[in-house]
Design a protein around this ligand. Structure first.
Ligand SMILES: NC(=O)c1ccc[n+]([C@@H]2O[C@H](COP(=O)([O-])OP(=O)(O)OC[C@H]3O[C@@H](n4cnc5c(N)ncnc54)[C@H](O)[C@@H]3O)[C@@H](O)[C@H]2O)c1
Length: 317
């Protein structure tokens, strides 16, 4: 049994990780700017789960939590997440993603934490130059979100060189499943289909993105956390496939007969209040490195993942 600190523990991926760690008997300290209902319920259900309100950019608050009960490792999920959020709040994106990571790395090295697994992003690659890419693809992010995540990757390397802190970066793509908090595909399609509402996305039919089901991401993160010795500090963590939005709409329609959902032609754009931002070119993440090093094997192709997501949405999860 080990003790793991999860930052962003009230969030989509963070709370799923807390649940998985608690289920296998690890002790967990979950921190977030607010203790959400999911995290609170986990802390109530499992004696080994503690939940604390903590602003990750605030040194004193974070240092006190870690000093009192130093973890063996950290799963670092706290962030301003996604291109739209980062366009709306670029300063906050750098304060939290880069400044918060810096505070975390400093606290970790001062209190003897050896390993941090950082949730990085495919946005660090910028426009994909091929339909499928591995970790050697150039990293030329174009939005504040991806730039902040790439900066964290570099900062982690600096802490490795200077202090021996091991920071492992997992580059995930568009994660989906029960609890996805953002009004993003495929949630928008699935929610409308299950609720019997019409939903038409005006653009993006040919946009191909690696959509990764939450259970596969959780398995991959735990695989990286547990692996005794990492020969690399960055891994793609995707499904290895990239469905187009037109294919996703067709699968949801097939799984929910009568679903009144559709997607229009043209390039995908991120919707913002009163505006939209063109998306980078995407594709599939090649996951051979994670497979070879720590046995990562995604189990959900897009159809299986959407089926599981629709079932969970119908069940109100
Ligand atoms: N969901 C995806 O598709 C995806 C894809 C690639 C990478 N990621 C990365 O995975 C991680 C988790 O993403 P998610 O989808 O669970 O997002 P999320 O928004 O659900 O969770 C992020 C959590 O961080 C918390 N947080 C934000 N600012 C904070 C601060 N200053 N101090 C403490 N906590 C703070 C939020 O309250 C939230 O609970 C993020 O680092 C994100 O960049 C997610």
């Amino acid at each position: 049994m080990s003790h793991v600190l999860v930052t962003g523990a009230s969030g989509f991926i963070g709370s799923a990780l807390v649940a998985a760690l608690a289920a296998r008997g690890d002790r967990v300290t979950g921190i977030d700017v607010a203790v959400g209902p999911g995290l609170a319920a986990l802390a109530q259900r499992h004696a080994g789960v503690a939940a604390h309100v903590c602003e990750i950019t605030e040194w004193a608050s974070l240092a006190e939590i870690v000093r009192r009960d130093p973890p063996d490792a950290v799963l670092h999920c706290a962030a301003v997440v996604g291109v739209p959020a980062s366009v709306l709040a670029p300063h906050r994106t750098f304060d939290v993603n880069l400044g918060g990571s810096l505070t975390l790395f400093e606290v970790a090295r001062l209190f003897g934490v050896r390993r941090i697994v950082h949730m990085s992003s495919e946005e660090t690659y910028g426009d994909f130059q091929a339909d499928r890419i591995d970790e050697s693809h150039p990293q030329n992010p174009v939005m504040a979100y991806g730039i902040s995540k790439l900066a964290v990757e570099h900062l982690g390397r600096t802490f490795g060189t200077l202090y021996g802190l091991e920071v492992i970066n997992l580059r995930t793509c568009w994660v989906y499943g029960p609890g996805l908090p953002r009004p993003r595909v495929p949630k928008t399609f699935v929610d409308a289909a299950v609720e019997g509402r019409a939903f038409h996305l005006p653009w993006g039919a040919s946009m191909a993105v690696d959509h990764t089901y939450i259970d596969d991401v959780v398995a991959g993160v735990l695989g990286a956390l547990d692996h005794p010795s990492h020969p690399f500090d960055a891994y793609n963590l995707g499904s290895g496939q990239a469905a187009t939005l037109a294919e996703i709409v067709a699968i949801v329609r097939d799984l929910v007969p009568g679903a009144d959902i559709s997607v229009g032609e043209g390039a995908f754009e991120h919707s913002l209040p009163g505006a939209s931002v063109p998306a980078s070119r995407k594709g599939a993440l090649i996951v051979d490195r994670a497979r070879k090093v720590f046995g990562y094997t995604p189990r959900f192709d897009i159809r299986d993942g959407l089926r599981a997501y629709i079932e969970a949405t119908r069940a109100g999860r």
